[in-house]
Design a protein around this ligand. Sequence first.
Ligand code: V47
Length: 361
Amino acid sequence: MRELIKRSGLEDIEKKVMRDERLGLEDGLRLYKAPLLATGYLAHLKRQRLHDQKTFFVYNQHLNYSNECLNLCKFCAFGRPKGQGFTLSLDEIRRLIEERLHEPITEVHIVGSVHPDLPFDYYLEIIKIVRALRPQAVIKAYTVTEIAHFAKISGKTEEEVLQILKDAGLQMLPGGGAEIFSQRVRQEICPKKLSAQRWLSIAKLAHRLGIPTNCTMLYGHIETIEERLEHLIALREAQDETGGFLCFIPLSFHPKNTRLSHLSGPTAIDDLKTIAVSRLMLDNIPHIKAYWIMLGPKLAQIALHFGADDIDGTIIEEKITHMAKASSPKGMSRKEIISLIKEAGFKPVERDGLFRTIEGN
Ligand code: V47
């Protein structure tokens, strides 16, 4: 590896990694241009320094309450116009949670859409129902985009919305809705979505209210490598301010069934490089997730050697990526996840949504 790092002209970056020094945009560009194994090796060094052989996973349940959406972003195969999608009633939501009460679920992940007419009370009730049925599980619900929408429909401030949801049992926000912060790209692929500045300011507000969040980047569509790096640096700067991001999830674009279906989406090499560069650039975000639903279990397993230390979870009923024709299964058993991690040479550690280790594992 020393030889490869030397030949790739990355010795100065290796020194920075070993000294935990911050990398700049130019370093990021060089890491993208370098051979995959060189960049991957450096990301693996960083990952080992942070987490040694540990690879995290969670026993979780996904709940998508609706796909009827006002935004209808071009990259999304999940959203439908008003009246053409599904919206679960509160009773249906209760039933979905009750059906799996015999399982040791420690995270309930709830997201939907920017819905045309549901009232804020509906979203609040969901949290109360899940909290009552699953007192021990971490409730990770509603992206920053949904929080902005709730403030608009309720006439409350974003702070009030977050506080009310927190008091009802919400513990953290998932990382979706960030897409790519570049205004040029947002204008093209998600013109109705809230701005990058607003996404970042609501995420930071949540952090200040004691609600940690995850963060994401949707890549492999029309963005440039510079725009990806600018996105990562914006997340890093926000994290310097609040420390509230738990995990970064690079989201590999799935073009099928979307209005960008003429694009081909990222290659495996791009997926692995993006995970590796993210690990190296995001020196202040503890975890990098190889989201197996989007990468497929096989590539997610390899990604553990390219900077990722988390593989998400059991999931069972994923909709957003499968409506864009993901070829991965819709869920995995705890046993399957553990053997995937072990076979890759790592130590599986079961965690809850807040990355607290589950006792007995
Ligand atoms: O916000 C939508 C993206 C996100 C497509 O926080 C697509 O732990 C690829 O954020 N191809 C939702 N991506 C998923 C998400 C997430 C997933 C798992 C864990 C966590 C977490 C967060 O998926 C959306 C959007 O950025 N997305 N359509 C698509 N066709």
